[in-house]
Design a protein around this ligand. Structure first.
Ligand SMILES: Cc1cc2nc3c(=O)[nH]c(=O)nc-3n(C[C@H](O)[C@H](O)[C@H](O)COP(=O)(O)OP(=O)(O)OC[C@H]3O[C@@H](n4cnc5c(N)ncnc54)[C@H](O)[C@@H]3O)c2cc1C
Length: 388
């Protein structure tokens, strides 16, 4: 057992960006990741909205990432049932929106950290509080332990640190999502726009990352027919093509020629907004951030950006109050983030309910609440987490 000052659990977007934000404020941390190497393959890509770019600017990596992806000009929703087509100009009405390969964001955050910040193959098993010193004791699967001064749980939607804080487990939507990347060696000639195609209960999104690479996803009702879908890309591809058999040829072709290694299947989870409004997200010198705190559906494309915002606000508070007053810094962080995270999670939850097979009454109430609470439905992107 040895002593470490600031221990971050999980080297996803939140853990890496929190370590980087602390590093920029002169605070050393160590990140303990359960995987053997950087988890930069799963999940294909994510869309980053203007609020996320503001956070990346503060972390000093936005310009590096801008070189990896094109700015999107428009967002289009095409109903394949023959009706409406909605279109908004992203560039003029919303601001900077780009789709990033997860590999690029993870690799860039990692490269900006001092060497040996991340320790791999370190799976947290439990957190306990030392009854004498009240310091957190972290126990890992390999039998080792650490007494930490500060613990930041960025260990995702099945967080062990959240269990220590007695947070209710994340809930599940009756929806799942398949994601993939398709590479076009001779260029794809698609417009620089985020297009969603809707038909029946399915939604397919298509977003160019650059002139050769396209990210796509398919949101569908969760209906597990074949267990192998969790692991086997062939099954993911086969099932998706079967579901989309009456979708346009170009969509089917994109899925047929997708990079098999990039395919993933995920049941969608969320932390209930009512738990976010009342939950205790820190105890003593232990706190959660990112998906461990507020996992949300992907419908607004805000989970990753909210994790980046967390990193900036958390590091700012720790730097302002110092490690000797970290409990107060955590309380301030939780207070400052509560309304922001609650609003974006609530809006996401309503969209999730509208896309799920919930009752007509539930859907009607959701529509009413969206109209009442989110008059400007794009306002979640206007948020500015402030300077680091
Ligand atoms: C289908 C889908 C589409 C999405 N699209 C978007 C989008 O377009 N835009 C957007 O902003 N967001 C999007 N998101 C959300 C975004 O992916 C997440 O909010 C973001 O990745 C959260 O990062 P995180 O670091 O908090 O958690 P994770 O990415 O889950 O990282 C957690 C890390 O902790 C590690 N870990 C877990 N348990 C332990 C343990 N016990 N010990 C040690 N390490 C551990 C894991 O291996 C992992 O590396 C999407 C999510 C889904 C599911």
């Amino acid at each position: 057992m040895y002593d470490d000052q600031v221990v971050i659990i999980g080297a996803g977007i939140c853990g890496l960006s929190t370590a980087l934000a602390l590093h920029k404020k002169g605070i050393k941390s160590v990140v303990m990741e359960r995987s053997e190497s950087l988890r930069n393959v799963t999940g294909a890509a994510i869309t980053i909205r203007p609020n996320g770019w503001r956070a990346l600017d503060q972390l000093g990596v936005a310009d590096i990432l801008r070189h990896t992806t094109i700015p999107l000009q428009r967002e289009k929703v095409v109903s394949l049932d023959g009706e409406r087509q909605q279109e908004i100009s992203l560039y003029h009405c919303v601001g900077e929106t780009r789709c990033l390969r997860r590999k690029d964001i993870i690799d860039t955050l990692y490269a900006a950290l001092p060497p040996s910040t991340v320790k791999f193959s370190c799976q947290l098993e439990s957190v306990k509080q030392d009854p004498h010193t009240t310091k957190p004791i972290l126990r890992f699967m390999d039998g080792s332990s650490i007494i930490a001064k500060v613990v930041i749980g960025c260990d995702g939607d099945k967080s062990i640190v959240a269990n220590f804080l007695n947070l209710a487990p994340a809930k599940m939507f009756s929806l799942c999502e398949v994601r993939g990347l398709t590479y076009y060696p001779n260029g794809h000639s698609l417009a620089h726009e985020f297009t969603s195609f809707k038909k029946d209960n399915l939604l397919v999104g298509r977003i160019p990352i650059d002139n050769n690479l396209v990210y796509w996803f398919c949101t569908q009702p969760y209906n597990l027919k074949d267990e192998r879908i969790w692991k086997d890309p062939e099954v993911i591809q086969h099932n998706t093509l079967e579901l989309l058999s009456n979708y346009p040829q170009e969509i089917q072709e994109m899925i047929k020629t997708t990079d098999m290694k990039s395919l993933s299947f995920k049941r969608l989870r969320y932390r209930a907004p009512w738990h976010l409004s009342t939950g205790t997200f820190s105890r003593g010198t232990v706190i959660v951030a990112g998906d461990a705190k507020h996992v949300m559906g992907p419908f607004l494309g805000q989970g990753g950006s909210a994790a980046l915002e967390d990193a900036v606000v958390l590091a700012r508070n720790i730097a302002q109050l110092g490690l000797n007053h970290v409990e107060e810094a955590f309380n301030r962080f939780v207070r400052q983030r509560r309304i922001r995270v609650l609003r974006v999670s609530l809006q996401t939850y309503f969209i999730g309910m509208l896309s799920s097979n919930s009752s007509r009454l539930k859907k009607f109430i959701c529509i009413l609440l969206v109209i009442l609470l989110f008059r400007n439905q794009k306002s979640h992107m206007d948020y500015d987490c402030g300077t680091l």
